[in-house]
Ligand binder design. Sequence first.
Ligand code: BG6
Length: 459
Amino acid sequence: MNRSLIVLGGTGDLTGRLLLPGLAELQHAGELADDLAVVAVGTHGRTDEEYRSWARDRLAAHAPRVPEAVREALVGRLGYEHGDVTVPADLRRALERAGGSPVVYLALPNTIFLPTLEALEQAGLPDGAVIAVEKPFGRDRADARRLNEVLHRLVPEEQVFRTDHFLAMQTVLNILGLRFANRLFEPVWNANHVERVEIVFDESLALEGRAGYYDTAGALRDMLQNHLLQQLALVAMEPPTAIDARSLSTRKADVLRAVRSPTDMARDTVRARYTAGTVAGRELPDYTAEDGVEPARGTETYAEFTVTVENWRWAGVPFRLRTGKALGSDRQEIAIWFRPVPHLAFGDGDGVPQPDVLRLRFDPDGIALELNLNGADDPFELERRALDIALAPPRLSAYGLLLQEMLAGSATLSISDVEAEESWRIVAPVLAAWQADEVPLLEYPAGSDGPALAPSRDV
Ligand code: BG6
């Protein structure tokens, strides 16, 4: 099959910062077919040469480790079509130019996914086309359903790629290896032995000039609805029969269906936004004073909720998901907290040991198992130690790996139609409660640990 790639939103930030660098990695690894044509579509009037010069600059800034000659080889593949992605004739021109069986990548604001897909329907897609859609996949469940309907009219579900770049991150993929290629963990991976699970993605990064998108999304839609719920699905799912799209999407969808949304919003959810402060020596203004922010929207930059997975394996175990921007540290991990031992034969009650914890950490990627061992000083006292390994950086970045998978026509690292709709179902009551101000919008100074009342502060 002669594959091509069409990037809608070809002059956007995502393309320049992540997609072109991902392609450059693949070019470097010799993973791009010689005849792969890449056509970018954008609303800026540019010639091919002008676009190539823009791409060259982006690649120099965001893929500096890829040798210049390799970047040039990629630049040589690029063509540019000036057009409106919601106009069928413009899309037809791009499809003709790209030829072959294209991957059509919607690197666009999600507000125009629907008209773009409708225009693609009218333009007509060649056989074997793959459609890749960025996140967030709609704004709510009804929106996701509408998008799924039109996608299914265009191509079979196996040829849809709903992007979640966390699924291509080493730490997230390691959930699979750790759980399903070792004997050790699976017998204790259930409510009998696990007390709680935390999925945390605290960022010291703030808005980074993305107010146009972020202020209408907020932390819940930006991170929890997709990235963090996908991690929950992989942590909690039943063992797959194969590491392929069908097996993984069935298992993940089953778990998401079993997730019970928070019911006591004041107890189980926290929303907050940052005020002025200092993060790593950098002064940040109030979120509301950032360029492009509309304070009256009440957009949260911190979101947290606790859910349970109501099935045989997990009933009663809390899964706490939290993320925030402009926080003091980049605590980014999945932490599995095990229950205490049934009887402790050590000590007199002082220094009661912590339960065992397994941590899968992001960037730098690592895995740590925190245990209680006999102390070095006093062998009859317990000491907390960690078996801690740092993992080498992966060969491909998350977007490099996603593009590789898309071009190969594999949906293994995609979110399925059911998963997308179920994830919106889970967050819907939280979105509604927050919109109705049933939960107060707390504040936290930039550079702090988050809002003072967040229940997660004790861990
Ligand atoms: C993106 C979110 O999907 O993921 C960002 O839109 C977030 O807000 C980012 O910062 C985190 O992922 P990474 O790969 O940049 O650590």
